[in-house]
Design a protein around this ligand. Structure first.
Ligand code: COA
Length: 345
């Protein structure tokens, strides 16, 4: 344990990971439902009513996940007023390369020195998994400050001919700085509920390109290297798993559903968020919704929704905030905190 970790122990206040700053970045190119309707058998009306999405952002050719992550990381460090951290954890399922991880490159570009840096692959639940990993690292006294980033460029793995997926996903990045502090101060992550169920791994998958279904060369079907999703089944699992996980987390933290001021769920589909709110007994208008503007940004979804919630003044200092996410794997996770008075850049 570091000196700081012992000091917290000696004050009798329980050591915890505390949110100190939040930064986000979106690519400049907006893709509207109308634009997609021009080349796919779909319509603005279908996309809006079935998903709630009006537009999303897609990175320009040549922009990679690491570029978005570096921008968001820069802003999170600025928001937290710090120029150094002890570790960088990047949640993404669209890394710059299969190998190496994207986080070391992001750490180097942020001039953070030779700190440990690694990726977490838990698809849309990745950011909550990364928060839990960072919180554990801080609780163990291994690090004082950790930069946690969720960044994605799903536009690079979408099948442009597939209307089931092309209309849903967007690119973007969000990042937070977590720092060792006390469990009873605003911003402290109060607990986690995480889970997975690999029996349903095929519901969300990029079939080829890994070691299971190797690239063969010219005879490859390009669509096998693109993201696929069984939407209807995923919808049902998303509601059930995020619902159960949120309830488990609320029990652990000791909050009733009615006492939650703001509910920040993974931004996949507004109908999922409504079903989830109803299941949990949290008023629908307490759910932060920004998927209409950004679509489903996978691991970047939670930090982008938090930032929009703060900027729109839906999330205020002192609010009880519940976060829950669900993704391929299947994976899911929830966490909660009292919102701190921090900068969002
Ligand atoms: N435009 C127009 N029609 C479309 C369409 C599109 N973009 N996508 C699907 N359809 C059609 C289907 O082909 C189907 O037609 P059919 O009745 O003639 O067969 C019809 O719309 C209904 O399709 P279905 O898949 O049942 O729609 P849905 O109401 O389940 O909505 C999703 C589809 C993908 C929006 C929805 O299932 C969903 O949001 N799933 C969860 C996604 C998610 O959470 N993903 C991320 C988890 S990390």
């Amino acid at each position: 344990m570091t000196d700081e970790a012992s000091a917290n122990t000696s004050t009798g206040r329980q050591r915890a990971a505390v949110l100190r700053g939040l930064g986000t970045h979106l690519p400049s190119r907006t893709v509207t439902n109308e634009e997609l309707s021009q080349r796919l058998d779909t319509s603005d009306e279908w996309i809006r009513t079935r998903t709630g999405i009006r537009q999303r952002y897609w990175a320009e050719q040549g922009t990679a996940t690491g570029d978005l992550a570096t921008e968001a990381g820069t802003r999170a460090l600025k928001a937290a007023g710090c120029d150094g951290v002890d570790a960088v954890i990047l949640a993404t399922s669209t890394p710059d390369h299969h190998c190496p991880g994207t986080a070391p490159d992001v750490a180097a570009r942020l001039e953070l020195g030779t700190v440990p840096a690694f990726d977490i692959s838990a698809v849309c639940a990745g950011f909550v998994y990364a928060l839990a990993t960072a919180a554990g690292t801080i609780a163990a006294g291994i690090a004082e400050r950790v930069l946690v980033i969720g960044a994605e460029t799903y536009s690079t793995i979408l099948d442009p001919q597939d209307r089931n997926t092309s209309v849903i996903f967007g690119d973007g990045a969000g990042a937070v700085v977590l720092e060792a502090g006390a469990a009873d101060e605003p911003g402290a992550l109060l607990g986690f509920d995480l889970g997975s169920d690999g029996r349903y791994k095929d519901l969300i998958t990029v079939p080829a390109g890994g070691s299971r279904q190797r690239a063969q060369g010219p005879e490859d079907d390009p669509s096998q290297f693109c993201f696929t999703m069984q939407g209807k089944q995923v919808f049902t699992h998303a509601v059930t798993r995020m619902g159960e996980s949120s309830e488990a987390l609320l029990g652990r933290v000791g909050w009733s559903a009615e006492s939650v001021d703001r509910f920040v769920g993974h931004q996949a589909n507004v109908r999922i968020l409504h079903a989830l709110s109803d299941q949990l007994g949290i008023d629908r208008d307490r759910a932060v919704v920004n998927l209409d503007r950004v679509g489903n940004t996978s691991a970047a979804s939670i930090p982008l929704a938090l930032a929009d919630g703060v900027n729109s003044k839906e999330i205020k200092a002192g609010d009880r905030v519940l976060m829950t996410a669900f993704g391929g794997g299947l994976t899911w996770g929830s966490t909660a905190l009292i919102w701190p008075d921090i900068n969002v850049v």
